[in-house]
Design a protein around this ligand. Structure first.
Ligand SMILES: Cc1cc2nc3c(=O)[nH]c(=O)nc-3n(C[C@H](O)[C@H](O)[C@H](O)COP(=O)(O)O)c2cc1C
Length: 389
């Protein structure tokens, strides 16, 4: 009898411990699954397919983290997507802004595949348009519909959406191999752009020298440097409130280095920002990153139409999620391909080096490598992207 009650007591304790362990696993699972939504909306919070799609789409990269995606929701399954020409100095034709829209579409499509929706895109449903500086385009660049489809397969990249990001830290370790480049292309599945891979220190050197010179030009040119200042966020409070832009931790600087760098920028004071001292410090940081590259990848299109911009953006977004799956990191260096007069001479030199023909356009240039994880950038709220036209 006594033995029996001891056994019962033991059983009770074991049951209690088992419950505690289950609870701990449950809390851990909730916390880790919510951690990925830190700084960005959780798609499961929305019922309507268009709102879910926006929550996925805004995880996308965009130039200077402008997130300039404007959505007119036609119904719970359809939307019109517009862009605003927000970086007229560094991106005069709004090419990169349209690439950012392509990134947004691709992230929506990857995300919605997991919700059982096919994403159908009609580009330029009312024709192409001229875009005015700092204005939302008069016409949409795409009409996007989400169609329920029970046979749709979850995209192979879905599980890595929340792991993607830009990593501007110096890269360490081994060079990226041709096998890794082929794996990236395999995961991307299909690409509109032709992708070129450059590896090896001596092969990369002339490219890296050009990337460094191009950054010098962009930083020394008052109007382009000023555009960056306007998109710069100078402390965590500003990052958290505005939920866009770029900043010191996004440049790959953490800890005390971040603290001193933010202090020296004096909350974005214009004289300080454009000073020789800040130029020197910026170039030192840039060159540390440039010359630590473990490979270069370029995305080229045969023509340079608005549609090429969007489709190259979709390629870049797929590439960006694919490398997250492979544990590889990336950082774009697009200054030399930007279309403002101060860059013309260096761009000619670059086109010669890359044997780019006059109708072709290199749409995106990135360095690749391996590095510790970097600061995660903020995203605005789903509601901030909705407009009615
Ligand atoms: C079309 C395009 C061009 C970009 N060009 C550059 C660039 O030249 N240099 C750079 O450091 N980042 C560049 N970026 C990366 C963005 O700054 C980055 O995506 C944005 O800040 C959001 O951060 P995340 O990628 O970590 O989410 C580019 C992104 C896109 C989509």
């Amino acid at each position: 009898m006594k033995n029996h009650s001891i056994l019962n007591e033991k059983q009770k304790i074991m049951n209690h411990n088992f419950k505690l362990i289950l609870m701990a696993i449950f809390v851990f699972a909730i916390n880790t699954s919510n951690a990925q939504y830190e700084k960005r909306p959780n798609p499961t919070a929305y019922k309507s397919p268009v709102l879910k799609a926006i929550a996925y789409g805004i995880t996308a990269p965009s130039p200077h983290n402008t997130q300039c995606w404007f959505i007119d929701t036609l119904s719970s399954n359809e939307m019109l997507l517009y862009v605003k020409h927000v970086l007229p100095e560094t991106d005069p034709p709004a090419r990169q802004i349209h690439m950012g829209a392509g990134c947004f579409i691709e992230l929506m499509a990857i995300g919605m595949s997991n919700e059982g929706y096919e994403t159908k895109v009609e580009y330029f449903p009312f024709g192409e348009y001229e875009i005015q500086k700092n204005k939302i385009a008069e016409k949409p660049l795409a009409k996007i519909s989400f169609i329920k489809n029970s046979s749709i397969q979850k995209d192979v990249l879905y599980d890595f959406i929340y792991q993607r990001g830009t990593n501007r830290k110096p890269y360490t370790g081994k060079m990226i191999t041709i096998e890794e480049f082929n794996q990236i292309k395999l995961l991307m599945d299909k690409a509109h752009s032709e992708m070129t891979f450059i590896t090896g220190e001596s092969e990369m050197k002339p490219y890296l020298d050009i990337f460094s010179k191009a950054m010098e030009i962009e930083t020394k040119t008052k109007m382009t440097n000023e555009e960056t200042r306007k998109m710069f966020r100078f402390n965590e409070e500003e990052r958290q409130t505005k939920k866009d832009g770029i900043s010191i931790p996004q440049m790959g600087t953490d800890g005390m280095g971040k603290m001193f760098a933010e202090m020296s920028l004096k909350k974005g004071d214009s004289l300080t920002w454009h000073s020789g001292k800040i130029f020197k410090a910026t170039m030192k940081g840039i060159n540390k990153g440039v010359y630590s590259s473990k490979g270069i990848i370029m995305f080229k299109t045969n023509t340079n139409t608005m549609l090429d911009w969007i489709l190259a953006g979709r390629d870049y977004a797929r590439y960006n999620v694919a490398i997250a799956k492979l544990g590889i990191v990336t950082h774009p260096y697009n200054q030399v391909i930007q279309e403002y007069s101060q860059m013309e001479e260096l761009q000619k030199e670059f086109n010669k080096l890359t044997k780019t023909k006059s109708k072709e356009k290199i749409q995106m240039i990135v360095r690749v490598g391996r590095a510790k994880s970097s600061y995660k950038s903020w995203r605005k709220n789903v509601e901030d992207f909705i407009i009615s036209k």
